[in-house]
Write a protein that binds this ligand. Structure first.
Ligand code: MLT
Length: 212
């Protein structure tokens, strides 16, 4: 019943925790051209017992869904990004009330465009995220004042040959987040922009260690 509903302003899927004792929810944010189904299996690999909330980005670019507008490859419409970040944060809060999960225990898991809006959410609306896993992110924006992310942990998965989220961007984002006090782990794969199994496994291990 909670599956693939078009309510709360976003087409989305919500899968309740398979173990009711698990209070964490993975917020799954797909890449450009993806949809709400894309990262369900990744979420399952990362933490099989956790709840999964997976919205579809509302911005269409040549028929491909995204989470915010861009003016060109790697050139973001920052006003739209800020507005969409707020909209996503409102959605997460409303979904938490509807599905009765703890809004303080939401872990963002984003890939590419989804990682970029997850990073933007950390920087602008950090209150809604307890941790974040960012696969192939860029620096989405630099806020005028940095939030205090002390006590928050962020995992970045990056590719040494990534032509889109180039290594320098991943490094810069790691540095920016470290300046907020966040505990940042960066994991390198040798490949390009595609999501590699190795980085998902490394993120799973990272989550396990934080939970233990
Ligand atoms: C973005 O637009 O968010 C990044 O360039 C990644 C992508 O979606 O291609």
């Amino acid at each position: 019943m909670n599956d693939r509903v078009n309510s709360l302003g976003f087409t989305h899927r919500y899968l309740a925790p398979s173990d009711p004792g698990t209070k964490d929810t993975l917020l799954l944010l797909h890449g450009t051209g993806g949809d709400e189904n894309d990262l369900l299996d990744v979420g399952q690999m990362l933490w099989p017992e956790a709840g999964r909330l997976s919205p579809r980005g509302k911005v269409m670019e040549n028929g491909m869904a995204r989470f915010f507008r861009r003016l060109a490859e790697g050139v973001f419409d920052v006003d739209d990004l800020i507005r969409r970040t707020d909209e996503l944060a409102e959605f997460v809060g409303a979904a938490a009330a509807l599905y009765r999960f703890d809004p303080q225990r939401v872990i963002a898991v984003g890939y590419s465009n989804g990682a970029n809006i997850a990073a933007s959410t950390l920087l602008l609306r950090s209150i809604i995220l307890s941790k974040a896993i960012l696969f192939h992110p860029m620096v989405p924006l630099v806020p005028e004042s940095l939030p205090d992310l002390n006590g928050r942990a962020v995992f970045i998965g990056a590719g040494r040959r990534d032509p889109i989220a180039v290594p320098d961007q991943s490094e810069q984002l790691a540095q920016l987040l470290a300046r907020t006090g966040a505990d940042v782990t960066i994991h390198w794969e040798n490949g390009g922009h595609a999501l590699a199994r190795g980085e998902v496994e490394a993120a799973r291990e990272w989550l396990r260690q934080l939970a233990s």
